[in-house]
Design a protein around this ligand. Structure first.
Ligand code: SF4
Length: 164
């Protein structure tokens, strides 16, 4: 039996719907049956009611504290995404600082900083970056957003939006 049965509902079967991140739009028609996939949730994969209760208690305990947890700023501020509180926890780190470069590994970050390169705009063209990192870095340097030349771009370009 899955979690939720304690609320008086006998759940015999549960399915999780989510976006298929392997789906690639062909630029013509959306294949919704491929874009959205459903997965059966087996009882062995579900979270026990007691576990949910324990997690909630722990979260409320932390939320009720007078002071926030003493966690120092670090890699978790930008990886996997730039935290919305970055400026609060990282005062003195200017916009365009290499540490704000999302998903840059700690080794690469250390290499840049130890070479005296603190601005994304000063990352040399021959500094080893992944294709995506290079693209984002070039975008910061040029001040121009990157727009994929893929089929979705061509599809969007042909669309008109209704105005109210
Ligand atoms: S910036 Fe975000 S992730 Fe980093 S310490 Fe502050 S709250 Fe935590």
């Amino acid at each position: 039996m899955l979690a939720g049965a304690g609320a008086g509902v006998a759940i015999k079967l549960a399915r999780l719907m989510h976006l298929n991140n392997d789906y690639v739009f062909d630029g013509k028609e959306y294949d919704v049956s491929n874009l959205i996939v459903t997965t059966y949730v087996k009882a062995k994969d579900s979270v026990r009611e007691g576990e949910i209760s324990d997690r909630l208690k722990e979260q409320f305990r932390i939320l009720n504290r007078n002071k926030p947890p003493d966690i120092k700023a670090g890699r978790h501020c930008t990886d996997p995404v730039l935290c919305e509180f970055y400026d609060l926890c990282n005062p003195g780190t200017p916009a365009g600082h290499v540490s704000r470069r999302p998903r840059i590994g700690s080794k690469r970050l250390e290499r840049l900083i130890s070479a005296g390169i603190t601005s994304i705009k000063r990352i040399p063209a021959d500094f080893p970056l992944t294709k995506r990192q290079r693209r984002a870095t070039d975008s910061v340097k040029s001040g121009k957003p990157f727009i994929s030349p893929g089929p979705e771009h061509a599809w969007l370009a042909g669309k008109r939006y209704r105005s109210c």
